[in-house]
Design a protein around this ligand. Structure first.
Ligand code: ZN
Length: 87
């Protein structure tokens, strides 16, 4: 059985975690001179870890916004039967 996961730092908290690169929630950001990310539509895509996406979704809902959708397999391996695994 073949599978794949990506490993990277969460754009929100910096924690290193494993994720499905095709499904993980992410934000487009740029970083300032101190390395602090800020939203930028033309920035690079960086992943958001599961605890942060749940925390941020709770804040969004408290502020009357729809939560970001989160795929059930966002933090699971990409299996060899998944055609998106062929990169
Ligand atoms: Zn995080």
């Amino acid at each position: 059985m073949e599978w794949m996961m990506a490993i990277g730092g969460c754009v929100s908290c910096g924690r290193v975690f494993a994720f499905n690169p095709n499904r993980v929630p992410s934000l487009r950001v740029r970083r300032d001179d101190q390395g602090v990310p800020y939203p930028a539509p033309d920035g690079v895509t960086e992943p958001v870890c599961e605890p942060c996406v749940h925390r941020l979704n709770a804040l969004r809902q408290q502020n009357g916004l729809d939560p970001w959708p989160v795929w059930a397999d966002a933090y699971a391996p990409v299996g060899s039967d998944d055609p998106r695994a062929e990169m």
